[in-house]
Design a protein. Sequence first.
Length: 109
Amino acid sequence: MEEYLVKRPLKRPPVHPGEILREDVLKNLGLSVSTAAKRLGVSRQQLHRVLACTHPITTEMALRIGKFAGNGPVLWLRMQQAYDLWYAEHRMADELSKIESVTSDCCNS
């Protein structure tokens, strides 16, 4: 699978990986939440929270989904990271604007 990088900053929020799992993976496979949870080895409630986009894809969940979907955990972790980073940057925009970047000049004494 070819990898590509997303140019930042994105103007729109990235899609939560739970939505992709729900709408693209499970729907195309015709699997219910209960069946998918059983195959992933997690509780139905735990999977439902991810699919409802209220909980993040953890490292352990990424390993499970990556194995299940056959595309590995890195894709799922990167989607979660992009989602988290976008929201954190927007939530912290005012605070971040007050932080001065360190330049190479300051450290050459």
